[in-house]
Design a protein around this ligand. Sequence first.
Ligand code: GAR
Length: 208
Amino acid sequence: PINVVVVISGSGSNLQALIDQAAAININITGVISNIASAYGLTRAAQANIPTQVVDHTQFSDRTTFDTALMAAIDSYQPDLVVLAGFMRILTPTFTKHYTGRMLNIHPSLLPKYRGLHTHKRALEAGDKEHGATVHFVTEELDGGPNVIQAIVPVAGSDTEASLMEKVQQKEHKIYPQAVAWFAEGNLKMEHNKAFLLGEMLPPTGKR
Ligand code: GAR
């Protein structure tokens, strides 16, 4: 199995999906790191006997010193792959460069639509018929690295921010383990800012 470090800020439902499928997708989650000490995902990790660390961004004077500490914490678990799963801090270029081609993120929208925050609200307000989630490689560009896989959620007239979030997260719990499985198999790579699955360039909209 490959070593995977998961970085979180909150509930960790995506972390849980990876914990539940770790054996099936041949990964060893060697550490979980949170910038928030009260994140429920830390409890999930502890219940699965995975070592955890908190790197609290409020204890650092700037992004660079925080990112340096975060990198040291991550690297102490010798990851082959870093998985951002609901991690809510912006990363410096030094950080993202250190993990080029070996760091994935999941974002709750059909990227390139709605980078940043409040994605469900923005999709509703725009009257979108389709919403969803995207797994992508992390580059310097915020929520802008090459897409790996997307899941589509149809938007119903009755949907609220909360109901959309719930539907999107159900899909996330399927596509994130899938993307990590591809990486663990050696079938998913990033080169020259493009994602490749089995040597084939993935389309900008990801693979559905
Ligand atoms: C997920 O929906 C993820 O897409 C989103 O946070 C949620 C975390 O849920 N990520 C972002 O908004 C990143 N900017 P979880 O902690 O239950 O996995």
